[in-house]
Design a protein around this ligand. Structure first.
Ligand code: AHM
Ligand code: MG
Length: 333
């Protein structure tokens, strides 16, 4: 028997704290956990089975899809469609939202935004990848759920989480009452509570950014990078630079150790590269719940009013003092 509480046990326990809850959110989280295990199994086979490499297709943003992108997308959509708790899904891999029209789902309460496999270009070289998800409440039950219902501010998230398929596989999520992390125990096939009440590392000295784009960064970001690289014993500088190129993995490390992740506007991505609805908002919710901060350089990520499902935003996310320092440099720059 395992010493740890499983994700299923934890979800049931948490639900019991809300006697009037009907268990829909719990079932939705459970469905995501199950799909994550299936995706984990396939990711782990990368290199053996014919699942590596390009799928020969492009998503709506003109980015090449990897075979595992397509697999993960299908797996999460199937799990969410069959679970009966989700009426609409916004996925990175689809131009438009997917309405779920089954009898059990069409009146369901929740909408899910998902990046089924983030950082998938890293799979071929055996580097960690992730899944990011965000759950919103449907607001209007008068008619069929509309595409516009997805365009809610991040502050409206009911829950958000990520799965990192790394040296071990972890699911980390929040329902707005702190952040908990579960490690997959492959011997019993269960996510087990390994990181209760996660708080962002309190001795931050790590910065993560693709410095290859340096020439194209706003002056404020260039100045902040110089600040990180200066010698100053009092603030423990120079800071350590770490960049995996897989946002979930970079963010997970920074959450545990303390640090900042930056993806500013660049020449190729004038609005930043990362997507608000299924990359930035969920991770911002988690980091805030863990005691950190997430900004687009001027304002809180979670308060951006989305205009479209695939919109992008610059992001600066991590320890409060680090994010505020970048904001200051950006004002001065
Ligand atoms: P993807 O959703 O197409 O995988 O792109 C998102 C990824 C993030 O995981 C990562 O932080 C970023 O792209 C890396 O971009 P770059 O290679 O420009 O540094
Ligand atoms: Mg992505």
């Amino acid at each position: 028997m395992t010493r740890f509480k499983t994700l299923g046990q934890f979800i049931i326990e948490k639900q019991a704290e809300f006697p009037f809850a009907k268990g829909e959110l719990s079932r939705l989280l459970r469905d995501i956990g199950i799909a994550a295990k299936v995706v984990n199994r396939e990711v782990n086979k990368a290199g053996l089975a014919d699942i590596l490499g390009d799928n020969g297709t492009e998503n709506i943003q003109g980015e090449g899809q990897q075979k595992l992108d397509v697999f993960a997308d299908k797996e999460f959509i199937e799990a969410l469609s069959n679970g009966g708790e989700c009426c609409m899904i916004a996925s990175e891999e689809h131009d438009e939202c997917i309405r779920i029209n089954t009898q059990v789902s069409k009146n369901a309460k929740y909408i899910v935004c998902i990046d089924p496999l983030d950082g998938s270009s890293n799979i071929d070289v055996n580097v960690s990848v992730g899944t990011i998800f965000s759950i919103y409440r449907r607001k209007n039950f008068d008619n069929e759920v509309s595409q516009e219902e997805i365009l809610q501010q991040g502050t409206e998230q009911v829950a958000a989480g990520y799965i990192v398929y790394g040296s071990s596989t972890m699911m980390v999520y929040t329902t707005g009452k702190g952040v908990n992390g579960f490690t997959l125990d492959p011997s019993i096939g269960e996510f087990c509570l390994s990181h209760p009440q996660m708080k962002i590392g309190q001795d931050p000295h790590m910065y993560s950014i693709n410095e290859g784009n340096y020439a194209h960064f706003p002056q404020g970001v260039k100045d902040y990078i110089k600040y990180c690289q200066q010698i100053d014993e009092a603030t423990n500088r120079p800071f350590i630079s770490r960049y995996i190129g897989s946002m979930v993995a970079d963010l997970h490390r920074n959450l545990l150790k303390g640090g900042i992740f930056l993806y500013p506007a660049t020449a190729s991505y004038p609005n930043g590269k990362l997507r608000l609805m299924y990359e930035c908002n969920p991770l911002a919710f988690i980091v805030e719940q863990a005691g950190g901060k997430a900004s687009n350089g001027k304002s809180r990520i979670l308060e951006i009013q989305p205009q479209s499902m695939h919109e992008r935003t610059p992001i600066f996310i991590g320890n409060i003092e680090m994010v505020e320092m970048v904001e200051e440099y950006l004002i001065r720059g």
